[in-house]
Design a protein around this ligand. Structure first.
Ligand SMILES: Nc1nc2c(ncn2[C@@H]2O[C@H](COP(=O)(O)OP(=O)(O)OP(=O)(O)O)[C@@H](O)[C@H]2O)c(=O)[nH]1
Ligand SMILES: [Mg+2]
Ligand SMILES: [Zn+2]
Length: 301
């Protein structure tokens, strides 16, 4: 059996790009971490190593909605970007999110099991830099992230994904923070200290991976659009201090997907569901644009 090697990519067919496990040829998903094996094959066909960008944040913060809408904007040539999905699997997340929003619903919660996550592999051209970048962006479940952060290395796929990420978008629930809840502040702190510990950066130097802190659901507290950093300093002060002390490349953004929300009450089951009456995308591209301009040059082995 001969192993194909390539000049411009360090990838090998049938070896998972995320965890390095060798799989049987033509496997659909990695047996170890469930990443779609087509990512490796597509990347080898492109003859370029893809870069990994992860969207992190606790459950219900809005990761799936944000990523789905972002991919859809890129595919429609929003801003300075042009993007091409590599493989039909890359379109599934954006299709799910957009078709739910078109029916005035939010998409369902992401299951904890990694074999059910959506992955997107896009070739993105930034017209400003005139460079194509290949990006892999998985949609992780907030509960799995929380489980891994609480007990590091129990959820290997998350450990590998964060370790290999060349840029991170950390979503924080601005609406909860504005109401005085300390939960988003504590969760974001835990997440960042986890990233700090796996980056194995020495005490006297700061973590290099670029992290965009994105204040989500900013439609509930529009003041965060004016000055996202000031909002974080005032309402998520623990997070702000940690960013200042330990991280080299941090930037703050505010984002919202909905223009107006309604609420539907289910009498039989006694619960209220938010209904996105119309979508108004604000601040979605900016953090992505910043990450692309600040990507860490090499993957951490
Ligand atoms: N007001 C407002 N609500 C939002 C927005 N984006 C998401 N939401 C709400 O947040 C909920 C959760 O969004 P998801 O994208 O599923 O959250 P998630 O982070 O993927 O959650 P997990 O899959 O459990 O990790 C949605 O059902 C909406 O109710 C937004 O821009 N504005
Ligand atoms: Mg989700
Ligand atoms: Zn794997």
């Amino acid at each position: 059996m001969s192993i194909e090697t390539n000049l411009n990519t360090s990838l090998t067919p049938d070896v998972c790009m995320i965890c390095g496990t060798r799989n049987v040829s033509n496997a659909m998903q990695c047996i170890e971490c469930f990443a779609p094996m087509s990512i490796v094959r597509d990347a080898i066909a492109q003859d370029r190593d893809p870069k990994l960008i992860s969207v992190v944040g606790e459950s219900n913060v809005g990761k799936t909605v944000f990523l789905g809408v972002l991919l859809d904007m890129l595919a429609q040539r929003a801003g300075d970007f042009q993007a091409i999905p590599k493989g039909a699997y890359s379109v599934d997340l954006q299709q799910t999110v957009i078709s739910h929003l078109a029916h005035r619903m939010f998409p369902p919660k992401t299951p904890m099991e990694a074999n059910q996550w959506y992955w997107a592999y896009y070739q993105v051209l930034s017209r400003q830099s005139e460079q194509w970048v290949d990006l892999v962006m998985p949609d992780m479940a907030g509960e799995s992230l929380a489980a891994e952060v609480a007990n590091p290395e129990t959820f290997r796929v998350i450990h590998n994904l964060i370790n290999k990420s060349q840029g991170l978008l950390m979503l924080v629930d601005a609406a909860m923070a504005a109401q005085g809840s300390t939960q988003p502040d504590f969760f974001a702190m835990k997440m960042l200290s986890y990233i700090d510990s796996i980056s194995r950066t020495r005490r006297d130097s700061a973590v290099e991976v670029p992290i965009a802190i994105v204040l989500c659901k900013a439609d509930h507290c529009p003041e965060c659009f004016d000055d996202p950093e000031a909002f974080v300093e005032a309402n998520l002060n623990r997070l702000w201090n940690l960013c200042e002390n330990r991280f080299e490349r941090i930037s703050y953004f505010a984002a919202s997907v909905v223009g107006s929300l309604g609420y539907a009450y289910n009498e039989a089951e006694d619960y209220v569901t938010p209904v996105p009456l119309h979508t108004a995308l604000t601040g979605i591209l900016e953090p992505f644009d910043w990450i692309l301009r600040n990507l860490k040059p090499e993957m951490v082995a």
